[in-house]
Design a protein around this ligand. Structure first.
Ligand code: URA
Ligand code: SF4
Length: 225
C-alpha cells in the first residue's frame, strides 16, 4: 500500500475529521497487527507541538498517544521545564504500533523508514491545521520524519533551530512523492530536538538523563516567552 496520502480527505477540514479518516488508514502494513490508529491529541490552538515516535502497547490499546510510562515521564518533564501541559498538542511520526510477538508479549519495534515515509502525510496534515510556533522533536524517529536521516539528535539536542528547510522539501530527503505535501508551520516557527522519554526510562543513570530532557525542554519554554 503506497502510503497514507490516499486516505487523507481532500481539503480536509478539521483535525477531528482527519482523526476520523486516519482511523481507516491502510497506508502501510502496520495497521494489520495493531489495534487501532493513534492520532494526535491536545490543545489544537496551542503554540507547541510535540512529535514522538509511534504509539506503544498501552497507547495502542487506549487509542491515545503518550498514556503509558513514557507519557507520564514526559508530562513531568514538561511541567518541570515550565511548559504549560494544558497547551500542548502531542502526536507521533507513525500512528500504528509496530511490534513483534514473543509468546504473548508484544515487543516494541522501531518503525522503519518506509513506515515513517508512509505515515508522514498525516503529520503534514496535522501541522497544516495546527501551525505551531514551536515543534519539539522527541528522538530519532521524529527527527527522521522532520529533519531527514542525516540529523543527529545527540549532536543537536537542546538547540533552538529555525524551521528546517528539510521539512519544507520532503523530496530532498525522502522518496516521499511530492504530492505528500510540505510540513506547514507558522511563519518563523522554530524546532527543538531532544531525546525520547523512553530513552530516559532505559538510561543507566535515569536522573542524569531526566535532567538532560528537562534542560532541553527549558530551552523550548524560554523560546515561547
Ligand atoms: N512513545 C511514543 O513515541 N509515542 C507514544 O505515544 C507513546 C510512547
Ligand atoms: Fe496508515 Fe500510518 Fe498506520 Fe501506516 S502507520 S497504516 S501509514 S496510519
Amino acid at each position: 500500500p503506497p502510503g497514507a496520502q490516499q486516505f487523507i480527505p481532500p481539503q480536509a477540514g478539521t483535525l477531528a475529521e482527519l482523526r476520523t479518516a486516519a482511523a481507516g488508514c491502510r497506508g502501510c502494513e502496520l495497521h494489520r497487527d495493531a489495534t487501532q490508529t493513534v492520532f494526535g491529541r491536545g490543545d489544537e490552538h496551542g503554540r507547541v507541538v510535540f512529535v514522538g515516535e509511534q504509539p506503544g502497547d498501552l497507547e495502542d490499546q487506549h487509542g491515545l498517544p503518550f498514556v503509558g510510562p513514557a507519557g507520564r515521564l514526559l508530562r513531568r518533564a514538561v511541567d518541570d521545564a515550565g511548559l504549560d501541559p494544558a497547551h500542548l498538542y502531542i502526536t507521533n511520526a507513525v500512528k500504528h504500533f509496530r511490534h513483534e510477538l514473543r509468546g504473548r508479549r508484544r515487543i516494541h519495534q522501531t518503525p522503519d523508514r518506509v513506515h515513517i515515509v508512509a505515515c508522514r502525510p498525516w503529520l503534514v496534515a496535522e501541522f497544516a491545521r495546527l501551525r505551531p510556533e514551536l515543534v519539539v522533536v522527541l528522538g530519532a524517529t521524529a527527527a527522521k520524519a522532520l529533519l531527514g536521516p542525516a540529523f543527529r539528535v545527540t549532536r543537536q539536542r537542546g538547540e533552538l533551530l529555525p524551521w528546517p528547510a528539510a521539512a519544507e522539501h520532503p523530496a530532498d530527503f525522502t522518496r516521499v512523492p511530492v504530492d505528500a505535501g510540505t510540513v506547514a508551520a507558522a511563519p518563523a516557527a522554530r524546532l527543538l530536538a531532544t531525546i525520547h522519554p523512553s530513552a530516559v526510562l532505559r538510561a543507566d543513570n535515569q536522573d542524569v538523563a531526566y535532567r538532560g530532557l528537562v534542560d532541553d525542554l527549558t530551552v523550548a519554554a524560554r523560546a515561547l516567552t
